[in-house]
Ligand binder design. Structure first.
Ligand SMILES: Cc1cc2nc3c(=O)[nH]c(=O)nc-3n(C[C@H](O)[C@H](O)[C@H](O)COP(=O)(O)OP(=O)(O)OC[C@H]3O[C@@H](n4cnc5c(N)ncnc54)[C@H](O)[C@@H]3O)c2cc1C
Length: 804
């Protein structure tokens, strides 16, 4: 065995094999894969091998397509067959909601370059003659995907990696990881020690244990999963093509042909967790006892929907474990605080996702950048809140919902509430309908007296629509209160703080008493943060950004190596706040503070430390609604009192609560983009328009050469707001933006603009087309709608109200 390697990949399942191949392909040929047993001996060997391109996140869909397309490449390179059956798939809808979801997939697929179409149920039967069409109302055909042979595919990766120079050691167990002073690793195995610069945890069912080796608790848990293989089905005899992979949402089952019968699997509502505390060391190519009786109700629905199945026997039942993260997406990337340790685990769809994971991880390791936005599978989307208890509740919830639709207005109920602000009970008493952001409860909208604080899951406008309209109108005409505790907050202190911030952020760092909008770029000049920096003193700064990105941003700060005279810490749990917005905001806040808030004395983006009523606070003149507004930050022990003070002072000014839904509508009317929706590492500073906050005169900041080059060449596309001629349904996100029948961009966010009376969509279009009044089309649930670019904000384009 080699005694040193640039990278050691731990685990020879489909994911480790892909990571090894991609590392070799990117030039890290000195990579070594260690597998404690035979290749595929975790969850890979007994998988059904199904592959598809659909994921709620466009970028994951794109990587899934990459994975499937890659199989021909590794077959050619290795000479090893992946056992491909690239015959596409069917998705069946039995309810209006399911049909809407299929239409949304079609709208999204155009920009992603995937071939999909809605077909009739009769056409669906040509692909799968077993369907009893009376149970369904619609079908989608997708040309991509099918199924592959798990073992052949894993071996094809490994052989291809070997061809490129990488190495593999089977039957070599990693026992522990010891970090050296230079941050490289002693990888201790049962066959001796390997010195490696980097290690990658691809240990699948044992990912948790390989996390423990470096003292981290990854939010990953295994569930049992069953599929059945039937005896031969007479109806299939003599057919010249196979029954394609068919997803039946209503039955929560999938099936496809396997030899003369079918393979049928289910994600049952009450799944069984496997090995919740420790994965046995000696588990390898084993199956778990099948519990077909427990699953009988699920399969019975399948037998009704596909009646021929009820007439044949079951040849074999497979029950095997595989792992999930709390939201079902993989955990990929570097872990903050542990240099040169990478994860690629909790991959529940290894045959659809393994290739894409290998691609982005290899770029991340070799080039310090995954090359695209992958926040939705970044390990940093989970923070301290994702404890083993949280994971043990969320993973079974995710499993049970695997084939249930995730509606855009739906909030999942398991492990709620976890993080609560001191206002939680007060807001609930005021009718708040809550969502969870990074584990923290935050108000989405407020049900007034007589309205049920609940919402029907839908792709269309819900019962919350008129309520949100009233909240928006109150903010524009009087004054509203929004809790901002769910924002990400960071404190940067020390004599070296300004110099360090200057390097990390692209903007001019504000002077004491001022706040600045602060884009943060990666070396490629793409947006990794859209934050604000308030300078409280020359050596004290309060930075505010997106709450869900706390771990992501903390990892970014950590990677930027603050020197010894700079302290950086998250204030997620130590600072709480509210935003007060609307034309009467000044009147309200002035009643509680001694400082003069008049327009000339306390201007937009000014900041001061003062008492607001009883609460010692940081007061800034800022907000996200486009109205006159203030943000007030205080510690959690004062927040409830601050809220009471504001409420007592604001009663006769028309003060209302508003929630996240209203905020989305208000910010789009003003043309503001939001991080992770509109602004992501996929987009450059010039494309987002955030380049207007960049201080190009600074000698050095991350991303400077790239943004200078873009300033010369001009951005290739532009972020725009469009008015959509929608009637009763607004965009959801990721719908393709069409021009003359071609997809030229996709929607990044949208909402109804209640105060401008228009349905709004935000997205990117090629620069040449980004003209005021330019017309596009967006397919909203099967209806093509005209979308017209509005380059000027629809609300207060001159910022008179904001600055007033
Ligand atoms: C019944 C069933 C059906 C499925 N069907 C599909 C499907 O149709 N399509 C699909 O995409 N996915 C399917 N899956 C999921 C799929 O199996 C997983 O996504 C995939 O196997 C995950 O691969 P992995 O490489 O992450 O993990 P694993 O396959 O678990 O591989 C991890 C490897 O790491 C090794 N290892 C662990 N610890 C150490 C150590 N300390 N030292 C050395 N080696 C170590 C293990 O021996 C193992 O080989 C199915 C799963 C099940 C259970």
């Amino acid at each position: 065995m080699k005694t040193s390697a640039r990278a050691v990949v731990i685990g020879g399942g489909i994911v480790g094999a892909s990571v090894l191949y991609h590392l070799a392909k990117i030039g890290w040929t000195d990579a070594l894969l260690l597998e404690k047993s035979e290749l595929t001996s975790g969850s890979t060997w007994h998988a059904a091998g199904g592959m598809h391109t659909f994921n709620g996140e466009a970028n994951i869909s794109r990587l899934q397509k990459y994975t499937i397309d890659l199989y021909r490449e590794i077959e050619a390179l290795s000479g090893q067959s992946c056992g491909l059956h690239p015959n596409g798939g069917l998705m069946l809808a039995a309810t209006q909601g399911e049909l809407d979801s299929l239409r949304l997939i079609c709208s999204r697929a155009r920009y992603l370059g995937m071939k999909t179409k809605m077909i009739s149920l009769e056409q669906a039967r040509e692909y799968n003659p077993l369907i009893d069409t009376k149970h369904f109302i619609g079908a989608l055909w997708r040309a991509d995907g099918g199924h592959c042979d798990p073992s052949g595919t894993t071996n094809a990766y490994v052989k291809a990696a070997r061809t490129l120079g990488a190495s593999i050691e089977r039957f070599t167990r990693v026992l522990s990881l010891e970090q050296r002073r230079d941050c490289s690793w002693n990888v201790v195995t049962d066959k001796g020690m390997v010195h490696a610069e980097h290690v990658v945890n691809c240990a699948g069912l044992w990912a948790r244990e390989v996390g423990h080796m470096v003292g981290i608790e990854l939010p990953v848990l295994a569930m049992e999963h069953h599929y059945l293989l039937t005896e031969d089905i007479p109806e299939l005899k003599g057919r010249d093509r196979e029954v394609v992979n068919t997803t039946d949402f209503a039955g929560e089952i999938y099936l496809r042909q396997e030899r003369g019968g079918v393979l049928i699997g289910t994600y049952e509502p009450h799944g069984t967790v496997w090995s919740p505390v420790k994965t046995p060391d000696d588990f390898a190519m084993q199956l778990l006892p099948a519990d077909v009786e427990r699953l009988a109700p699920c399969f019975e629905v399948g037998f009704e929907h596909f009646p021929a199945l009820a007439r044949v026997g079951i040849r074999k039942a497979i029950n095997g474990p595989f792992t999930f993260a709390p939201d079902g997406n993989p955990l990929v990337g570097p872990v903050r605080g542990v240099r040169n340790y990478w994860v690629a685990c909790a991959v529940m769809a290894g045959f659809s996702q393994g290739g894409g994971i290998g691609l982005v991880l290899s770029r991340w390791m070799a080039e310090n950048d995954p090359g695209q936005d992958i926040i939705s599978m970044d390990v940093a989307r989970f923070g301290a809140f994702a404890t083993p208890k949280y994971t043990s509740i969320k993973v079974p919830e995710n499993y049970s919902r695997r084939f249930q639709l995730a509606y855009p207005n739906e909030e999942l109920s398991a492990a709620r509430p976890v993080r609560r602000s001191p206002l939680y009970d007060k807001l609930k008493a005021a009718g708040a309908v809550m969502g969870a952001n990074f584990g923290l409860e935050n108000a989405l909208w407020f049900a007034p007296a007589g309205v049920e604080p609940a919402e029907t899951p839908t792709y269309r406008r819900s019962e919350a629509f008129p309520v949100v309209r009233a909240e928006c109108q109150a903010v524009r005409t009087a004054v509203g209160l929004y809790e901002t505790t769910n924002y990400g907050k960071y404190e940067v202190t020390g004599p070296g703080a300004r110099a360090w911030l200057d390097r990390v952020f692209a903007c001019r760092i504000p002077r004491p008493g001022r706040l600045g909008l602060a884009p943060m770029l990666n070396p490629a000049g793409r947006i990794v943060g859209d934050l604000s920096i308030a300078c409280l003193a020359e050596d004290r700064y309060l930075i505010v950004g997106s709450g869900f990105a706390e771990e992501f941003h903390m990892r970014w700060f950590w990677a930027a190596e603050p020197p010894a005279d700079v302290g950086v810490r998250s204030a997620a749990s130590t600072l709480t706040g509210v935003s007060i917005a609307g034309p009467r905001a000044r009147e309200l806040v002035q009643r509680l503070v001694r400082v003069d808030l008049s327009a000339s004395a306390f201007k937009l983006f000014q900041v001061t430390e003062t008492a607001v009523g009883f609460a010692p606070a940081v007061l800034t003149r800022a907000g996200f609604t486009g109205e006159l507004g203030y943000e007030i930050w205080t510690t959690p022990d004062y927040l409830a009192t601050l809220y009471d003070d504001l409420w007592n002072a604001g009663g006769n000014l028309g003060l209302v609560h508003f929630g996240g839904r209203a905020l989305s509508s208000l910010r789009l009317e003003k043309g503001y983009g939001s991080f992770n929706k509109d602004f992501r590492p996929d987009y450059t500073a010039g494309e987002t328009g955030l380049d207007r906050f960049i201080d190009f005169s600074k000698a050095d900041f991350t991303g400077r050469p790239a943004v200078l080059a873009e300033r010369t060449a001009g951005p290739k596309r532009r972020f725009v707001i469009m008015e959509v001629a929608a009637t009763d349904t607004d965009v959801t996100g990721y719908e393709s933006i069409m021009k003359d029948g071609a997809a030229v961009g996709y929607v990044t966010s949208g909402a109804f603009g209640h105060c401008v009376g228009k349905s709004l969509a935000a997205g990117y279009v090629p620069t040449a087309l980004a003209r005021d009044g330019a017309r596009f089309e967006i397919d909203i649930l099967g209806e093509m709608r005209t979308a017209t670019v509005r380059l000027e904000a629809l609300h207060d384009p001159r910022g008179v109200r904001l600055r007033g």
